[in-house]
Design a protein around this ligand. Structure first.
Ligand SMILES: [Zn+2]
Length: 130
């Protein structure tokens, strides 16, 4: 359960991570593979986890995993889809705090000075190899 009072995510749900067998993600942004994975915070403050399905190994942003599992039910397109944090808090990865936007919307917001910081980094996908 999320401790932020304004957050709509009061009930935690679990979904499989699309494209990654054996991985599960909760609606408040915890990623599991048997055990919960330890999130790694990058320099800009976004949380990532390591995903490995035997064929692909990437360091993926948790906000992308949550939207992929709960909103889209498929993997996000790294070229065209980015994810916004509605409240601007970079490690608040509850599903209702996240919004998938196209790069067109993203660029429009960027152009209009809307939360510049968070855009370039959420776009850096499919993830750095590790
Ligand atoms: Zn929350």
């Amino acid at each position: 359960m999320c401790s932020r009072e304004y957050c709509k995510d009061k009930r935690i749900k679990v979904r499989p991570v699309p494209g990654w067998d054996n991985y599960y993600v909760t609606s408040n942004g915890e990623v599991y593979r048997v055990q919960r994975l330890t999130p790694l915070k990058n320099a800009k403050g976004y949380l990532r986890v390591r995903l490995n399905n035997g064929q692909r190994r990437i360091l993926q942003f948790i906000h992308r995993i949550v939207v992929s599992a709960f909103d889209k039910r498929r993997e996000l397109n790294p070229e065209t889809e980015t994810v916004d944090h509605n409240d601007g808090i970079k490690d608040h990865n509850c599903r209702h705090n996240l919004e998938a936007v196209t790069n067109a919307v993203n660029n429009h917001r960027k152009y209009n000075g809307y939360d510049k910081e968070q855009f370039d980094i959420t776009k850096s996908l499919p993830g750095d190899p590790f």
